[in-house]
Design a protein around this ligand. Structure first.
Ligand code: NAD
Length: 430
């Protein structure tokens, strides 16, 4: 099918992976050998902070006292929505069992991991919402120890609103440490923290690389790249709203791709004419990010019809997918690759990013082709169990012994033989 690119990306979303890998490997090794003192050294070096890093209750209370009441109420609103949605997700994980054969029962149950380490990014923006998304979900999953870790701002520490959010969402400990040193502290159990069983949360390329390297030794939710967003719009979409939504997501970072996919050339052109002025109107830092993201990474694609639009979107497998087109049910039924789907003009990615309850920690860089985002399930181990009566175990033991011998695994076969001999002494088995 012919697709017309009115705008094509000149760069793709990847950093100098080998350089980042070397930097992160060295820092991790250094901290593993040097412990708390080394982590503090890196905090002073990268974040110019030499205050207390494991916050005391007094420090938490003092920070909370500075958060405006209206912001507190907004954070509680978002927390309540994320909590209720996470509880809904948890209700879908049932412990089940079945009698596989007479007298032989097999079951499955879910067990939350003990210790969760939630990384809350805080370098460029104060990601209050990331604290809500990661900590609340871990709490609802049932983790016993939850650490929230976020970079301190130079000289002053973690933003009070992040401290408030982490605290009310259920963090047991709050660590003022960012980047590789924060991830290392949670993984190695520095500063008296329990060693994390799982690390979750978004972060920059250093955080993502640290998680990638440590994976195996510790679980991770996913490896997050730059955030990306795709808007599907037909002729009935409001170009002003489409353009606003694209710009809202381009401000994430200089390498955050935004894509517009449409079957209406005139709409595409109108949106493209609106975006530059909207970017120019943003505050300086946001403007720089959005300008570079739009210039280098954005794409505008005109497809022949909605079937091709859906196919095109699935190929991109965007982290955030917005539909501003007729027949929303058709899109819900036909789209298959996205982290989170925003149906209709009445909702937008910003709502999900901050407050609607669905999680904003989502698969980036095409990973939505094989995974969804953060949910209670990521903190839960789905494990299996089995139990049998002596009679129930007989057929299984016979089959096990024969299969094992054919495989050449005599030790396995004897584990079955010894039971058959004990439970059925008057019988012979081949
Ligand atoms: P961050 O907290 O991820 O990183 C800050 C840390 O980076 C600092 O503490 C420092 O230790 C480390 N660092 C900086 N320069 C370094 C260097 N040269 N060498 C080693 N370490 C260094 O904050 P950020 O940088 O603002 O990035 C936040 C990221 O999180 C963005 O990419 C954003 O898009 C992403 N994010 C994603 C989502 C999502 O759900 N997908 C949500 C929020 C944020």
């Amino acid at each position: 099918m012919t697709r017309e690119y009115l705008k094509k990306a000149t760069l793709t979303a990847k950093s100098d992976a080998s350089e980042t890998h070397k930097i992160v490997t060295d820092i991790l090794a250094d901290i593993e050998a040097g412990g708390d003192a080394k982590a503090l050294e890196y905090t002073a070096k990268f974040d110019r902070y030499d205050g207390n890093v494991l916050l005391t209750q007094e420090e938490i209370d003092a920070a909370i006292a500075t958060v405006p009441e209206k912001l507190k109420s907004d954070i509680r609103f978002a927390h309540d929505n994320v909590k209720r949605f996470a509880e809904l997700q948890k209700s879908t994980v049932a412990d089940v069992e079945m009698e596989i054969a007479p007298g032989f029962v097999a079951g499955q149950k879910s067990i939350p991991v003990d210790a969760a380490g939630c990384y809350v990014p805080g370098g460029r923006y104060s990601h209050i919402a990331s604290a809500i998304m990661t900590v609340t979900t871990a709490k609802v999953a049932g983790c016993k120890h939850i650490t929230a870790c976020s970079p301190p701002r130079p000289g002053v520490g973690v933003a009070p609103a992040i401290i408030y959010a982490a605290h009310i969402c259920g963090a047991d400990k709050i660590l003022a440490m960012g980047g590789v040193q924060g991830v290392a502290a949670m993984t190695f159990g520095l500063f008296g923290l329990p060693k994390a069983n799982i690390l979750v949360g978004p972060g920059n390329q250093f955080v993502a690389e640290a998680k990638r390297i440590l994976f195996g030794r510790v679980g991770i939710d996913m490896i997050a790249g730059p955030t990306d967003s795709l808007v599907l719009a037909d002729k009935n979409a409001d170009p002003h709203i489409v353009a606003t939504d694209l710009v809202s997501q381009a401000e994430h970072g200089y390498n955050s791709p935004v894509w517009l996919v449409t079957d209406d050339r005139a709409l595409a052109q109108k949106v493209m004419s609106l975006v530059p002025d909207m970017i120019a109107d943003l505050p300086e830092l946001n403007r720089e990010n959005a300008f570079a993201a739009w210039r280098d990474y954005a794409e505008v694609i005109v497809c022949a019809d909605r079937a091709d639009m859906a196919a095109c979107s699935d190929e991109y497998a965007p982290e955030h997918l917005t539909v501003q087109a007729d027949d929303l049910d058709w899109w819900l039924a036909n789209l298959t690759c996205y982290g989170s789907l925003f149906l209709g003009e009445e909702t937008t990615v910003s709502y999900g990013d901050k407050a609607t309850g669905t999680n904003h920690v989502l698969p980036t860089s095409g990973a939505a082709s094989y995974t969804g985002g953060l949910s209670v399930h990521k903190y839960m181990k789905i494990v299996t169990w089995q139990r049998a009566t002596r009679d129930g175990s007989k057929a299984v033991a016979e089959a096990t012994a024969r299969i094992s011998r054919l495989e050449g695994m005599e030790g396995h076969a004897r584990a079955a033989d010894v039971r058959l001999a004990k439970y059925f002494p008057d019988e012979t088995f081949d």
